[in-house]
Design a protein around this ligand. Structure first.
Ligand code: FAD
Length: 422
């Protein structure tokens, strides 16, 4: 009995303990008298987790981490920051699967979105005559859980990421791409409606027809305009296996068919990854325009990668159809109907990551010199000039939307778009 008693005491101390006053922090101490104070943590476990990400390349330490028990906690936190003479930054963190600190908030507050999974909206499947099947999904939900819940109704989203342990809010802030994107568009093209808490702390529902500026801004918006707390996602009947039908019109030598029949749930969740916290992941993801693919092949695949004898980790390469992307969204692509993605998913020891950064730089510099107008997916830039170049003709509208929805530059500073001092 005595042992059990001790365990209960230490567990409750760890979770419920009120944060200490933050003497070195930008955040005024009266945050401790707010309604959400009991959901703030500044213990080493919470801070260490929120300072790092999957890339293991950049550390940025927040003053506290909010584990929201409801959407109101996030609204109140952002409003509180807005009311400070010097606002502190706030960053939503989905699963922290960014590569270079994009979900961090130095000296600010990281919102650990998984906190919402307890009392949030979860995953609700519905049907209406005008919309067909759809799911209302909390921004904190992982795609693997969306798959499991919708498959109970023999339904599934049409567009995926290759790896499903990513959050809905996190991938919609980037694009959400995989092999299905050519046919169905990226995940951001398969969303009907969003609930968003803006950088002013306003809760807004938006769609193509309602508050459309916010809707298009947030999709691929790198967390700059608001925190997504709900997404309405298009569902279709989950595909059944139709291999025989697909192969009917193909010519092939019979002995060369290699076929493995797996349930759709196993197929979509086929990509797994370890959680080796000592490994760094200096990834590079590019979109390459089709018109220059031969030059890209000669310069990048044959010359640079071919002669680099230590590329470790998978290389992904597949095409997209730009017609499936809506140009009003913040996401950026090359200006051509067909483009390809190259994903160099390097893994390295912490000391080797510079070698991979050099390799990545060689590739982007080659493209620059050869005039190949690539775009980075999951972009990482340090200067405003580079961001302006990245967004190209979309920069002005991106900046206008920032002024409209997050004028005090509170949200997602780890993207380093409006906070170049980081
Ligand atoms: P985080 O890293 O936590 O956040 C990313 C950004 O979004 C941050 O700026 C954060 O502040 C913001 N953000 C997070 N949640 C919200 C929210 N609710 N509202 C507003 N802003 C928010 N991408 C693909 O497209 N296809 C893939 O197949 C794919 N596979 C991957 C496999 C692995 C192993 C890894 C590590 C990444 C992969 N990615 C892929 C990249 C992935 O889409 C990004 O890392 C993305 O950021 C999602 O990760 P996350 O949910 O952990 O978001």
């Amino acid at each position: 009995h005595f042992t059990v008693f001790l365990i209960i005491i230490s567990y409750s101390t760890c979770i419920v303990a009120k944060p200490r006053p933050w003497t070195n922090s930008l955040i005024p101490n009266h945050i401790l008298s707010t309604e959400f104070a009991s959901n703030l943590r500044d213990d080493p476990d919470a801070i260490t987790k929120a300072s790092n990400d999957y890339g293991n390349l950049i550390q940025d330490t927040p003053s506290a981490v909010l584990y929201p028990s409801s959407v109101h906690d996030i609204i109140n936190l952002i409003k509180f920051s807005n009311n400070c003479s010097t606002p502190f930054s706030v960053s939503a963190r989905g699963r922290g699967h960014s590569i270079r600190g994009q979900a961090t908030a130095r000296d600010g507050v990281v919102v650990e979105m998984s906190g919402l999974s307890k009392n949030g909206i979860g995953i609700r499947v519905s049907w209406s005559p005008s919309l067909g099947y759809y799911a209302d999904v909390g921004g904190e939900q992982l795609w693997i859980d969306v798959l499991r819940a919708t498959m109970e109704h023999d339904l599934a989203p049409v567009s995926w990421t290759d790896y499903l342990y990513l959050s809905v809010g996190g991938t919609l802030s980037n694009g959400g791409i995989s092999g299905q994107s050519f046919l169905h568009g990226p995940q951001i093209s398969n969303v009907l409606e969003l609930d968003v808490i803006t950088g002013k702390g306003e809760f807004m529902t938006c769609s193509k027809h309602m508050n459309s500026e916010l809707f298009f801004g947030v999709l691929g918006g790198l967390g700059q305009f608001g925190v997504i707390t709900r997404a309405r996602i298009i569902l279709h009947k989950a595909p059944t296996k139709e291999i025989e039908l697909l192969m009917k019109d193909l010519e092939f030598i019979p002995g060369f068919i290699f076929k493995k029949d797996v349930p759709i749930i196993d197929f979509l969740s086929r990509v797994k990854t370890g959680d080796n916290q000592k490994e760094a992941h200096p990834w590079l993801n590019l979109f390459v325009p089709k018109s220059r693919i031969n030059d890209f092949n000669a310069g990048v695949f044959v010359d640079i990668i071919g002669n680099h004898n230590q590329t470790k980790g998978p290389i992904l390469f597949y095409p997209f159809n730009r017609k499936k992307w809506d140009d009003r969204m913040s996401a950026v692509t090359p200006d051509e109907d067909i483009f390809y993605t190259l994903g160099l998913l390097h893994s390295s020891g912490p000391d080797e990551s510079e070698d991979f950064d050099k390799l990545n730089n060689k590739i982007t510099e080659f493209c620059e010199k050869a005039g190949i107008e690539i775009k980075q997916y999951l972009p990482y830039y340090k200067s405003k000039e580079d961001w302006m170049k990245h967004f190209g003709s979309k920069w002005n509208i991106f900046e206008e939307r920032k002024m409209k929805f997050d004028p005090r530059m509170i949200l997602s500073p780890g993207q380093r778009i409006f906070t170049s001092d980081l």
